[in-house]
Structures are given as C-alpha cells and as structure tokens.
Design a protein around this ligand. Structure first.
Ligand SMILES: [Fe+2]
Ligand SMILES: [Fe+2]
Length: 298
C-alpha cells in the first residue's frame, strides 16, 4: 500500500513537467517584464536593477542547492542497492528518487540559464562549497538517514519558492510574464518533490531509531549551516558584482528571510512536521500579506 502511494506521486510526471529546451526564451527581457520583477520584490516599479540583482542571486544560489540535492539523491540511490527492507523492494522508491534527482538537475540548468539571461552576464560562482556540502552524505550512514536529512533541508526551500510562485500568480493570474511562467514550470515538478518529502516525513523518519534520528538531525544541521554560508557568500558576491546593495528596502528579500526562519522552526520541531500542519496565526498572517494565500502546499 505504501509503495503504491509512493508510485502514485510520479504517475504522470512525464506529462506535468517542462524541459528547459521547450520554453519560450526571449533574446532579452523587455521593460514590462523588468517592471513586473520590481513589483514582485519591492511592491513598486522603479527598482528594476535591484530586482534583477536579487533574483539573480537567489536563483543562482537555488541552482547550486538543487544540483546538490540531485547529487545526494544519486548517492542515496546507489546506497539503496544494498538495502533488503520492504521499502526498497521493487521499482517504486528507486523511481521516485530518480525522478526527483533528474528534475532537480534540470532545475539547476533552468535557473542558471534564466539568471544569465536576466543579468545579461555570465553569472556563476566557483566557491559554491559543493564538496563540503556533499561530504556529510558520503559516509557509511544508512541511505534512509541521508535521504531524510536531505528532504528536510530541501523542503524549506521548496516551501519558500512555492510561496513566491503563489505571489506571482496572484499578481499575474494570466501568466503574462516570463517569471510567473518560470515559477509555474518549476512548481509542476516541485509539487511532486513536496509530496515525496511528505512521504519521507511520514514513512521513513518515524521508522529511524532514536540514534538514527539524532544522526539525521546532525547531517541536517551541517547542511543548513553550509547552505547558510553559501547564501552569505552569494549575497556578498552579488553585491560586489552589481556594485550596490540590492537588499535595501527589498520587501521580498526581507520576507523571504522571515519565511525561511519561520518554516525552519515549524518543520524542525520535536518531530518533523508538514509546514501547513504546523502553521500558526503569525505565519498565516505573513503568508496572506505576501502571497494572498494562507496555505502553501494545500
Ligand atoms: Fe527544484
Ligand atoms: Fe525540488
């Protein structure tokens, strides 16, 4: 039954998806598109250059995180070949994690292409801590510990970007702007990743022993700390590259930090929770103000 549920998540993954080659990439973005980005980030037009810097930083950083998710999933998939338990029998778990990994690698491709077009610059960052972020997953821990730690970490970013997707849809219901469509395309896959994370929270995390759960939290904490360091580095690099501070009066930037902190405290409690289940009034008010919706994944 559980394996059937897992298989259900990706049953139509080949239909509800977009390949980066299939998108309507323009030569460059016009003024209307850039004004829209300014409205998304600053609630008003006139901050186009800062909106470009902000989205370039965030989506390039997200691409780095997605590439890491893909790589760790690949390690987990290899490790699972040595497992004999019921969950790793058959194709279901292997299929679900392979879809997840492949989609995240294409998202890294998608977002890097987008930020280079948006910034009109060959934006890339070598000090991306990739090896350091991979190391905690290269040990002899059970693949279920690694998978649980990875999904917990990925879930926070996936929840935050879903809120942004909702915000752009609220501002642009007809999806006139490329950015709205970009988040929609990405979100088609993300909706399945979130369901997979929820599956892991419900069926894998509770079956880990107390010691395994402690180890999972340890790997999660290391991943979160390194991702935090990555964000700091990306911010400094982007400020230097663009030559100004794009975070000043940047409503989306400040809300994003607030959402990330809030989601971490809600999800990583005594037990790992789904973000909507754990949501409180303060969080709902914040979501409503920013994205005109009180829920995220439901
Ligand atoms: Fe993604
Ligand atoms: Fe994802």
């Amino acid at each position: 039954m559980i394996l059937k549920d897992l298989n259900q998540i990706n049953k139509e993954a080949h239909i509800h998806t977009f390949h980066p080659s299939g998108l309507d990439w323009p030569e460059r973005f016009d003024d209307e598109e850039l004004k829209f980005l300014s409205r998304v980030a600053f609630n008003e037009e006139g901050h186009e250059r800062a909106a470009i810097a902000y989205l370039t930083k965030e989506l390039a950083q997200l691409a780095e995180i997605e590439r890491h998710v893909s790589a760790v999933m690949t390690i987990v998939l290899a490790d699972l070949q040595g497992e004999e338990d019921r969950l790793s029998e058959g194709f279901e778990l292997h299929h679900a994690l392979t879809c997840f990994a492949a989609e995240e690698l294409q998202h890294a491709n998608l977002f890097y292409r987008y930020v280079r077009l948006l910034s009109q610059d060959d934006f890339k960052y070598a000090n991306n801590l990739f090896q350091a972020r991979l190391t905690p997953y290269q040990g002899t821990d059970s693949p279920y510990i690694k998978l649980a730690a990875l999904c917990c970490s990925a879930y926070i970013g996936e929840s935050v970007i879903t809120v942004f997707e909702r915000k752009t849809r609220a501002l642009d219901p007809e999806m006139k702007y490329f950015f709205t469509r970009l988040l929609y395309w990405h979100g088609l896959d993300e909706a399945r990743h979130v369901q997979t994370d929820h599956f892991v929270f419900e069926h894998i995390v509770p079956n880990l022993t107390a010691a395994e759960q402690r180890r999972m939290r340890q790997i999660l904490d290391i991943t979160e700390a390194l991702n935090g360091e990555l964000a700091t580095r990306f911010e400094a690099y982007t400020k230097e590259k663009f030559g100004f501070d794009y975070t000043e009066n940047n409503y989306a930037h400040h809300t994003q930090l607030e959402l990330t902190g809030k989601f971490r405290s809600l999800v990583f409690g005594e037990r790992i929770s789904k973000v909507d289940d754990a949501m409180d009034d303060e969080g709902r008010a914040l979501l409503q103000r920013f994205s005109q919706a009180e829920t995220i994944h439901v």
